[in-house]
Structures are given as structure tokens and as C-alpha cells.
Design a protein around this ligand. Structure first.
Ligand SMILES: C[S@@+](CC[C@H](N)C(=O)[O-])C[C@H]1O[C@@H](n2cnc3c(N)ncnc32)[C@H](O)[C@@H]1O
Length: 279
């Protein structure tokens, strides 16, 4: 018997509440970034009826600034695990080689990182993650940090990369308990020791860091700027991502207001990565 799917695209600012709604409805779905938006695919055993569609789209449309148009389609029976893995070929970013467990590891890169597409964000496919990896490697040419924080660690891909690159103490924080579970598993798989914990931003976080990496979104980054500065050592660096090119000056300004200065700025496909330093 074939399965059915309900598919739609929504803007990044409403993906979290929509996912919470789908979780509450106990639906099987996947969501992935598609340019500036998110593509959501929900799987049904049978063709979804109008009530199913209304309970999902009614909620999404209520919080969306524009009308969302879903499509419903019958899906061919396939080996979905294999199909999904095709979307995750290995990626080379600078000295890093990011690969899933379906790949036989063969690389000359000094830092292979094993990350499977899972329930947490951060497989290395997205420009924001790639941009942070590049910025981190650039930074490693000039600085030798003793402590690094990855705020919004997702799969811990950046925390693991930081540990491999700098070999210092690395802390990963995420407000999603599932991400922290995945982060701990990924640290073990990659045989690195990082300290991962659930936390809402900097609330209840102790300690100061030489480098803070934060790939979240422009809004939360601006809201957290003051706390970030308080937890960054003098002379320390931050790598900020998750912001569109059009939001970069706002995010930069919020961090300048709390004592940081721009060191470097790179844009990959509309996504800007800022590197800033605390005086
Ligand atoms: C775009 S993902 C980045 C994942 C990974 N660091 C990467 O670069 O691929 C952002 C992560 O930040 C987390 N996040 C969002 N708001 C947060 C907050 N207030 N405190 C901690 N983590 C947060 C999300 O749960 C998500 O895992």
C-alpha cells in the first residue's frame, strides 16, 4: 500500500511553532531548509482528509503572514532510508569532511566528522553551518582559545569541529533536549569530549569563553547580544550566523552596542557570517 504526503513551504520564522503543532498532533514529518524557507513534508498511511488538512493548515495559516498552499500526493513505495541518504552526500569544507554513516570514510582531510541526518539541525549542508566552519578555520590561524562555547549547538557539528580544530574545552548549549541527546551521541561517535547541556540562551550558563559561536537566527542573536558579550572574555571572538544578508547590519549594530567590533564578514548564498571581537 502506498503512503501519502502533505507538503508545504513556510517561512523560517514560523517553523518552530509549526513543528510543535505537528509534534502535538503526533504526525510523522520531515522539515528541511529550502533557500530562505522551510519545506515541510508530512507522511500519512492513507490519503489525508479535509479535517486532517484543516487541523494542520489552519494553524500554519493563522500564524503565517501569507497564505500557505499545500499539495497532497501519493508516494511510491521506495526504500526511504536509502532515498533520504542520497540527500546527504559527504561535504568538504576547508579541512573538514562531513559524512553520514552510509558513507565509507575515505578522505585526506584532517578533520572527518561523522554526522547522520537526524532529529537535530546541523548536517553541514546549510550555508550558515558551512560559513561557521570556514570562519572557525580562518580564526584558528590567528587565535589559540582555551575555551569555546557553541550556543545553539543542534547536532554539535560546530562544537565537534571546534574541539578537533582547537583541542580546548568546548561547551555546547541548546534549548532543545533532543538536540542535546543527539549532540552527546555525536560527540561519542566522533570520539571527542565536549560538555553539552540543555539551556535557554545564556540563562543559568556560568563561565567565560575565548570564542563563542552562535548559529541561530537574527532575532534571537540580537536579543542575546548583551549576554553574549558578558560571557565573552576581553579580546575574545564571536562567530555569528543564521542571519540573512539583509539582516547583517542590524545584528552587527546590536553587538557593537555591547562592545564588539567587526573583524570579518562573509556571505554565502544570502546568508551572512559575522566575526566580531570584544575590545
Ligand atoms: C540553525 S540551528 C544551528 C545548529 C548547528 N549549530 C549548526 O550550525 O548547524 C540553531 C539551533 O539553535 C537552537 N536554539 C534556538 N534558540 C535557542 C536558545 N534560545 N537557546 C539555545 N538554543 C537555541 C535550536 O534548537 C537549534 O538547534
Amino acid at each position: 500500500m502506498n503512503l501519502w504526503s502533505l507538503n508545504f513551504t513556510i517561512s523560517a520564522d514560523i517553523i518552530n511553532p509549526v513543528e510543535e503543532h505537528l509534534d502535538a498532533l503526533e504526525l510523522t514529518y520531515s522539515s528541511f531548509e529550502s533557500g530562505k524557507d522551510f519545506q515541510v513534508d508530512i507522511i500519512f498511511q492513507e490519503k489525508p482528509d479535509e479535517i486532517d488538512i484543516e487541523s494542520i493548515m489552519g494553524f500554519a495559516n493563522k500564524i503565517s503572514s501569507q497564505q500557505i498552499k499545500p499539495t497532497v500526493q501519493e508516494i511510491e513505495n521506495k526504500d526511504w532510508v536509502k532515498e533520504n541518504q542520497k540527500n546527504f552526500p559527504p561535504i568538504e569544507v576547508g579541512s573538514f569532511y562531513i559524512y553520514g554513516s552510509h558513507i565509507d570514510l575515505k578522505t585526506d582531510k584532517p578533520f572527518p566528522i561523522l554526522i547522520d541526518a537526524n532529529t537535530a539541525f546541523g548536517t553541514g549542508q546549510h550555508e550558515t553551518t558551512k560559513g561557521c566552519l570556514i570562519a572557525m578555520e580562518d580564526l584558528s590561524k590567528n587565535v589559540t582559545p582555551s575555551s569555546i562555547l557553541d550556543m545553539g549547538c543542534g547536532t554539535a557539528i560546530l562544537a565537534i569541529a571546534a574541539k578537533m580544530l582547537f583541542g580546548c574545552e568546548v561547551v555546547g548549549i541548546d534549548n532543545d533536549p533532543e538536540s542535546i541527546k543527539v549532540s552527546k551521541e555525536n560527540a561519542k561517535l566522533n570520539q571527542v569530549s565536549i560538555n553539552c547541556a540543555v539551556g535557554d540562551g545564556y540563562k543559568s550558563l556560568e563561565g567565560h569563553f575565548d570564542v563563542i559561536i552562535s548559529n541561530i537566527l537574527a532575532g534571537p542573536l540580537i536579543n542575546m547580544a548583551q549576554d553574549l558579550s558578558m560571557h565573552l572574555n576581553d579580546g575574545g571572538h564571536t562567530i555569528l550566523a543564521g542571519l540573512l544578508e539583509t539582516q547583517a547590519s542590524e545584528v552587527q549594530k546590536a553587538h557593537e552596542e555591547v562592545g564588539l567590533a567587526l573583524v570579518n564578514k562573509k556571505t554565502l548564498n544570502e546568508w551572512t557570517i559575522l566575526v566580531m571581537k570584544k575590545a
